[in-house]
Design a protein around this ligand. Structure first.
Ligand code: SF4
Length: 188
């Protein structure tokens, strides 16, 4: 059954939607309730489940687990060394998972050709889109940017994308939905 915002959106744009075929959309696995976070918990997002599950076939991806990290695991963060960003342990900088994370991004971007969109987890050093704290090697925050997985993935695959914080805004939610739909039709 259509949710309120989607019904309004659909009526406004006078577009139909084929409910027999769900559109494949990747998502940070923790947002779907997979207990894959560093602390063994998840970040289940009710809004995404309620608003999109009827229309999207979600492909759950946790780049840190796919990179071989355990659950639970030591927390990591993005650190800039000589202007090169790497993902290292928050407590122990000898833990460096930069290359495995980048390899997962390249592998996923190369092999999931049918994806029409991606919903990322905000602030994650792997999955974040724009609000990930960037540290120097002294532990000071020097800015904010993208996580290493999401950045490399989107460099290789230009598909509609958003994070769960942006989805709270109805306008951004509608735009993402429309972009995914048009992308699935080959229109954009
Ligand atoms: S790496 Fe991404 S999917 Fe995995 S727990 Fe962190 S934010 Fe969630």
């Amino acid at each position: 059954m259509c949710q309120g915002w989607f019904l309004l959106f659909k009526n406004k744009l006078n577009v139909g939607f084929d409910l027999t075929t769900k559109i494949p959309v990747a998502i940070s696995a923790c947002l779907m309730g997979d207990s894959v976070r560093y602390d063994g918990k998840h970040s289940f997002n009710q809004l995404i489940d309620t608003e999109f599950s009827e229309y999207f076939h979600f492909v759950n991806i946790c780049p840190e687990v796919e990179a071989g990290m355990t659950v639970p695991r030591p927390p990591i963060q993005v650190v800039e060394f000589d202007q090169i960003r790497q993902v290292v342990g928050r407590e122990d900088q000898s833990i460096n998972v930069t290359q495995p994370i980048l390899m997962v991004a390249e592998n996923r971007a190369s092999h999931f050709i049918g994806l029409c969109g991606y919903i990322f987890k905000s602030r994650s050093p792997s999955c974040g889109l724009h609000d990930v704290p960037i540290f120097n090697d002294q532990g000071d925050i020097v800015g904010h940017g993208a996580g290493l997985f999401s950045q490399r993935f989107l460099e290789m695959r230009s598909i509609p994308h958003i994070d769960e914080q942006q989805l709270i805004d109805a306008d951004q939610r509608e735009k993402f939905f429309m972009d995914v739909k048009l992308f699935s039709q080959g229109t954009i």
